[in-house]
Design a protein around this ligand. Structure first.
Ligand SMILES: C[S@@+](CC[C@H](N)C(=O)[O-])C[C@H]1O[C@@H](n2cnc3c(N)ncnc32)[C@H](O)[C@@H]1O
Length: 261
């Protein structure tokens, strides 16, 4: 036994810090094939946005074979899931994080054709074989899945469209599915204004027609999800940023009345 190994790790497993560095490098690497912007963006976003590492540390992606990523951008989550499977297969997964995620199917839905093109150029060779659909989430078909991830996307569409999409998400998840939804808390005026400002600049640069403006307070988000039959937990998710982002973890119980497709 290696006396330097921290308590709780297994043979070959890495310390969390080294493991995250490896995952970050591994998940960014495929984007070199999609050009300098795609690669720098992947490195920057995976490295600076606290949500990706946090989802792994907290085990939120564990045990979910079929993943649906709505508003997936250039598909960073698909690349990260692939990197997780490889790290686990090589005995490089930190024991402190529990079992590694083992996604078997990934579908990403994204409105912007340029993001989809970058995702496909970068990730077409992955064993996970991610599928990217260029479509508006308000109309796109949602495949049956075990995990739906929606990170910083819902404020692009109005309140009625948010509610309609979440009802379809609930139906696609079935019993015991999980929703990971990151939103800005509109009740935190300063943090929400900061993210609104950044989003407006980014969406203008990226050629979006509609700026993302439709926020809700955290209480309203929770009520909306509970009304659809989710059990909801909330986790602050803007560490190291000026934003008011919160991750809502929705566990699907028995389908709620009226929560159909
Ligand atoms: C802030 S980005 C987040 C990207 C990704 N979820 C992540 O965390 O890296 C929001 C994404 O939602 C996409 N989006 C906005 N409205 C959409 C819609 N109606 N249908 C599908 N995607 C949409 C945007 O094009 C953009 O890629």
């Amino acid at each position: 036994m290696n006396p330097k190994r921290a308590e709780g790790t297994t043979a070959g497993a890495r310390e969390p810090e080294a493991a995250w560095r490896g995952l970050h490098a591994q998940a960014s690497a495929p984007y070199r094939a999609a050009g300098r912007f795609a690669w720098h963006f992947a490195r920057g976003k995976l490295g600076r946005d606290p949500v990706f590492r946090s989802l792994l540390e907290r085990g939120e992606l564990r045990g979910r074979a079929r993943v649906l990523d709505i508003g997936c951008g250039q598909g960073l989550l698909a690349s990260l899931l692939q990197a997780c499977s490889e790290a686990a297969a090589q005995g490089q997964w930190p024991a402190a994080w529990g079992e590694a995620p083992q996604a078997r199917q990934y579908t990403g839905i994204e409105l912007m054709p340029r993001d989809v093109a970058r995702a496909q150029a970068a990730l077409r060779g992955l064993a996970l074989a991610p599928r990217f659909v260029c479509a508006d989430m308000r109309q796109a078909e949602l495949p049956p899945c075990d995990l739906v991830v929606i990170l910083d996307v819902l404020h692009y569409v109005d309140h009625a469209a948010q509610a309609a999409l979440l009802a379809r998400v609930r139906a696609a998840l079935g019993a015991r599915g999980r929703l990971l939804l990151r939103v800005g808390d509109a009740d935190d005026a300063r943090g929400f204004a900061a993210s609104q400002w950044v989003d407006r600049v980014v969406t203008m640069v990226r050629g979006h027609r509609a700026p993302p403006t439709w926020g809700r307070g955290l209480t309203q988000w929770c009520e909306l999800l509970r009304g659809l039959g989710f059990t909801v937990r909330t986790v602050p998710m803007s560490r190291g940023t000026p934003f008011a982002n919160v991750l809502l973890l929705g566990e699907a119980g028995a389908p709620a009345d009226g929560a159909g497709a």
